[in-house]
Design a protein around this ligand. Structure first.
Ligand code: EPU
Length: 438
């Protein structure tokens, strides 16, 4: 459903059961991995989100046949070919995934072109690590006004690589490049998010040789040939945390089918500290507000196994209603509190600071980045007109509108559809009171 704006009448607790599907931040990369196989791949539990459609479009441009059957994608790379730069550029600004096409395309075709990247505006989001990784593998990188062209005249070879920060995307860049490079790759300072572990599981199914050590070191032995995989994607723990916070903030009770405890342990700790309750079942997790006051928390976002940066935005809405002062220190992205402006308009008391508040100094301290939030509750939020700025910030606006007194109009909600499957249907299932405008 293409929706641009929704009008929400707040005050109704969200109640009911909804299903979580494969993680946006795994599924899109798993689709790219299919490019590396000599035979077709089958990916299950694929959500219907626009990021998946963007990656599908790019794969098809490169000759990959992509067929959807319910939640399953079949990807056949038998006819991989070079795509025209102008057609690739039609996807400029729509996603960050194209940068991950480089390794697989260089292996398959000896060349790659990627358009200007998109993604949420939550910081500078440079790609220096990615380009360094590719150069280390032997790629020749040429920056053009329209995008980046790469070639690998002598193929890619393994390398020793150290990441200055455990970047998720750069770790994936290494994995997707190294599995078929000549020789051995040793990556230190790697990210070890569950989505990365699931990508490693997929690559192993394809025939890759990958060893993960305890100290963020990943060793990859390049192989000549990989085959297709069959895989059910890890559930979307970011989506699950978002709906859990929506239940908490609205005083609701939701069962998230497909959510699992191990990938959410850190979130569950904070959820409970903030006054929420949960119950783990074999087929999902129930999250609810058990009554009484919500409690303030001090939380710092971090790489896995820390509290994910994508969890803080909807949590901030619940914390606005908590009885006391909460602190959220964002250490992954330098500008991820833009969304709080709209919450303040709705009555939240939130101040953003450039200091590292609440915990140890991070790499953004002393650099004038507004990356710590102090949230003083409890407040009753009231409806407002807001424009969605980014994916997670947008979802938090939705949560705020659901808890607010009165009516809110939220525009630009198409951004939410980039990462939240059928969120309009899910809102209906959970009993929210709203109208949509196309
Ligand atoms: N960074 C660099 N140079 C690089 C790459 C990253 O300085 O070349 C910095 C970033 O600017 C950031 C930090 O490293 O400050 C971490 O970025 P990372 O590379 O880990 O992020 P990403 O791979 O671009 C993915 C998710 C994000 C999620 C982060 C952190 C996808 C498509 N995106 O981004 O998800 O927040 O990891 O877990 O997987 C979202 O889903 O809304 C979202 C933003």
């Amino acid at each position: 459903m293409n929706v641009d704006r929704i009008t929400v009448r707040g005050g109704k607790p969200l109640q009911g059961r909804i299903q979580m599907k494969g993680a946006k931040n795994l599924v899109t990369k798993a689709m790219v991995a299919a490019l590396l196989g000599e035979t077709p791949s089958e990916l299950r539990s694929v959500p219907e989100i626009s990021d998946v459609r963007v990656v599908q479009g790019l794969l098809e441009l490169h000759g990959v046949t992509v067929e959807r059957d319910g939640d399953t994608l079949r990807l056949d790379p038998a006819k991989v070919r070079t795509a025209h730069e102008t057609s690739i550029n039609a996807h400029a600004g729509s996603s960050r995934i194209p940068i991950l096409f480089c390794g697989p395309l260089l292996h398959q075709l000896g060349e790659a072109f990627i358009p200007d990247l998109g993604g949420c505006h939550i910081g500078d989001r440079p790609i220096d690590y990615h380009l360094d990784v590719l150069r280390n593998f032997g790629a020749v990188v040429e920056k053009l006004p329209s995008g980046i062209r790469m070639s690998a005249p002598n193929g890619l070879h393994g390398a020793k690589i150290h990441l200055p920060y455990p970047s998720v995307g750069a770790t994936e860049q290494v994995l997707l490049g190294a599995v078929r490079a000549k020789g051995r790759t040793e990556l230190t300072g790697a990210a070890v998010e569950p989505e990365i572990m699931d990508l490693i599981a997929i690559l192993q199914k394809m025939g890759a040789e990958i060893q993960v050590d305890t100290d963020r070191t990943i060793r990859i032995e390049g192989v000549d040939k990989l085959v297709g995989y069959r895989h059910t994607a890890l559930f979307d723990r970011n989506e699950a945390a978002s709906w859990a916070c929506a239940a908490l903030a609205t005083g609701g009770d939701v069962f998230l089918e497909g959510a699992r405890q191990p990938e959410m342990t850190t979130f569950l700790n904070v959820f409970r500290k903030a006054g929420g309750a949960f119950e783990i079942e074999d087929d999902g997790i129930r999250f609810w507000h058990p009554g009484g006051d919500l409690k303030p928390v001090v939380v710092e976002t971090d790489v896995h196994p820390g509290f994910m940066t994508d969890w803080q935005q909807p949590l901030v809405v619940a914390l606005a209603k908590a009885n006391g002062i909460s602190i959220v220190h964002e250490t992954v992205y330098e500008q991820r509190f833009g969304f709080t402006e709209a919450l303040v308009e709705m009555g939240a008391r939130i101040q953003i600071h450039t200091d590292c508040l609440g915990s140890h100094a991070c790499r953004f301290g002393q650099r004038n980045y507004e990356h710590s939030a102090v949230i003083a509750g409890p407040v009753e939020l009231h409806g407002a007109d807001v424009v969605v700025p980014d994916l997670r910030g947008g979802f938090s606006h939705l949560v705020a509108a659901l808890t607010a007194e009165g009516t809110s109009r939220i525009s630009n909600v198409g951004i939410i559809a980039r990462g939240y499957e059928r969120f309009i249907e899910k809102l209906e299932t959970l009993g929210a009171d709203f109208d949509v405008e196309g």
